[in-house]
Design a protein around this ligand. Structure first.
Ligand code: FES
Length: 571
């Protein structure tokens, strides 16, 4: 039986948001008539409508099982007395988009928001998974503020190959680095290429997609225990059915994202991000999602939380295991139970219960090989740290859990690349003036660079150094880095070079000081010289004059604001 609770008296189901013909009765009559052309009965059309925003696409390998998940969601909605109606949105297949999926995250968020608002639905299921799709859906749903619940794609399974398990995409990078260093040949790398990503689902490690799945569950926007279930596991289909069922109840309770995504649940999500050694991209995405709910995330607060939140899981790229191992080890619930003393337990989730009620009711199984107790963590402090200084007045990020602590307190000589093309042209040239003690600096790869902040922050070790055995060195940029990558890499330097930030003023041979313990990143060049360089600086790109490219360049914000558009954040 459906209770309409807070919604009684307001139009629901197909009667919501009528098309405007100047006669509401005619609008509803016409809508029902056209809906009946799809074969629905009168009884079905009287049910509450659950929209299913689905992002399957031939250009998205991670979502290739969505037709099956969609069927299971519909089954759940029908069983609970609702009418499921799916609708397509933009899909963002990470490796199929140019210049980068990041450029289109906000476009997808607009699509999701506007289609939720424009179409008659009492609740919505958000069916997403690949890196940018989950934040885009959460951003759109938070702005539309219709009852919403997320169903995640689930991770790929790693597969055995020549005696070891391989999974996208930390192993992709590991073997590519080996190939670049001459450790394996062209035939071998081609064979590996066919064995890195072999099932449906998102990247198998704690990359951006897995981190965002954990964040969706920690925020309370996905059902408990669903973040880590492998894409091809039968439990994923059961989670889909349960999500559909719950969506009908969400509609009846009018439980909206604005009650779930709050300052306190965002802080819970930040704790989880730090405890899982999650992707640096996730701080951008969580900032953008929180911004849609009117919640600001300060990088100074990130540092406070990071210093008090240990890394509890041992997943690649920082550890040994894969997401499917985390699922078998107890899933996100096992991590949340360890973090319980640090969490805001009064936060409401999509179940209608609080986080505290969830954790009290959960069984206690945990595999300590994968999830450590709070008192005996893998690392005593959180995975991410924000840096500030003369090179990054508005901040920068380092994933210290994936970096070499021996490189944390250093002064080095800058070896500067002024663009991605410059990097590609010169990084492997034999006469590049570089040693393993230098700092590689990439400019003009931020949000307004024309490349839309690509995952280029994982600058390759110059070939001549890689061949001589150098495995890590300090690298820095205004770019992002894939969540599956690792190394002593400073990212998201803000303001970026393309808007004239101090990063734009760095020249070959400058001294730069990095101190992770002091949270500092400083350019050791005097003000007079910087003033001369600033006076000679010119913007590196001509902004596009039309289309989405213009909208993006006119409105995208810097990294500390999550790269959302200025007009989409909640005032
Ligand atoms: Fe989709 Fe990695 S490519 S999650």
């Amino acid at each position: 039986m459906i209770r309409w609770g807070a919604m009684s008296g307001t139009p629901h189901g197909l009667a919501r948001g009528l098309t405007n013909y100047g006669d509401a009765d005619f609008s509803l009559y016409l809508r029902r008539s056209f809906a009946k052309s799809m074969g629905y009965s009168k009884e079905m059309l009287a049910r509450p409508v659950v929209g299913i925003a689905q992002s399957a696409s031939g250009f998205n390998n991670c979502h290739r099982h969505f037709p099956e998940l969609l069927d299971a969601v519909k089954r759940g909605v029908l069983a609970a007395g609702g009418l499921p109606i799916d609708f397509p949105t933009i899909s963002l297949g990470e490796v199929f988009l140019s210049p980068t999926s990041m450029m289109f995250r906000n476009l997808m968020a607009i699509d999701v928001e506007e289609m939720i608002r424009a179409q008659p639905m009492d609740a919505v299921v958000l069916l997403g998974g690949c890196d940018k799709t989950v934040p885009a859906q959460l951003m759109g749903a938070a702005s539309a503020d219709v009852p919403a619940i997320q169903l995640l794609a689930g991770p790929m399974l790693p597969m055995s190959f020549h005696g070891e398990r391989l999974g996208a995409c930390t192993d992709c990078r590991r073997f590519w680095a080996k190939y670049r260093a001459g450790g394996i040949n062209a035939t071998e790398i081609e064979e590996i290429e066919g064995n890195l990503a072999t099932t449906a689902g998102t990247c198998a490690v704690m990359g951006t997609a897995s981190t965002m799945a954990a964040i969706a569950e920690a925020l309370g926007m996905a059902l408990p225990g669903t973040a880590a279930i492998p894409a091809v596991h039968a439990d994923r289909l059961r989670a889909a059915e349960a999500t559909g069922k719950r969506a009908v109840a969400l509609a009846a309770e009018d439980l909206r994202p604005s009650r779930i995504i709050t300052e306190r649940s965002v802080e819970n999500a930040l704790r989880v991000l730090l405890a899982i050694g999650g992707s640096t991209n996730a701080i951008l995405h969580l900032t953008a999602v929180a911004g849609r709910a009117g919640v600001d995330i300060s990088l100074a607060r990130l540092n406070e939380l990071s210093d008090a939140t240990p890394v509890l899981v041992d997943l690649k790229p920082t550890g040994q295991h894969y997401m499917s191992d985390l699922n078998a080890a107890g899933g996100l619930g096992a991590i949340l139970r360890e973090l319980k003393p640090m969490l805001h337990l009064d936060c409401v989730t999509v179940t209608g219960e609080t986080l505290g009620q969830r954790l009290d009711a959960e069984p206690g199984w945990v595999d300590r090989d994968v999830v450590r107790p709070l008192g005996d963590p893998y690392q005593k402090v959180g995975g991410l740290a924000a840096l500030f200084g003369t090179l990054a007045p508005s901040g920068a990020i380092i994933k210290r859990s994936a970096a070499d602590p021996a490189l944390f307190e250093r002064e080095g000589r800058a070896v500067v690349f002024t663009s991605l093309e410059d990097l590609a042209t010169r990084i492997d040239t034999p006469d590049l003036d570089v040693t393993g003690d230098d700092f590689l600096v990439l400019q003009n790869a931020g949000p307004k660079s024309g490349y839309a902040m690509p995952e280029a922050g994982y600058l390759p070790i110059p070939a001549k150094l890689a061949r001589s055995g150098v495995k890590d060195m300090v690298r820095m940029s205004d770019a992002r880095m894939s969540g599956t990558a690792y190394g002593t890499i400073v990212l998201h330097i803000s303001p970026e070079a393309a808007v004239g930030g101090p990063l734009a003023l760095v020249r070959n041979g400058d001294r730069i000081k990095l101190s992770v313990s002091q949270r500092r990143l400083d350019l050791l060049v005097d003000d007079a010289e910087l003033g001369r360089r600033r006076a000679a600086w010119k913007p590196p790109v001509t902004p596009p004059r039309r289309g989405y490219g213009k909208l993006y360049m006119d409105h995208v914000l810097q990294a500390e604001h999550g790269c959302d558009f200025d007009f989409l954040r909640k005032a």
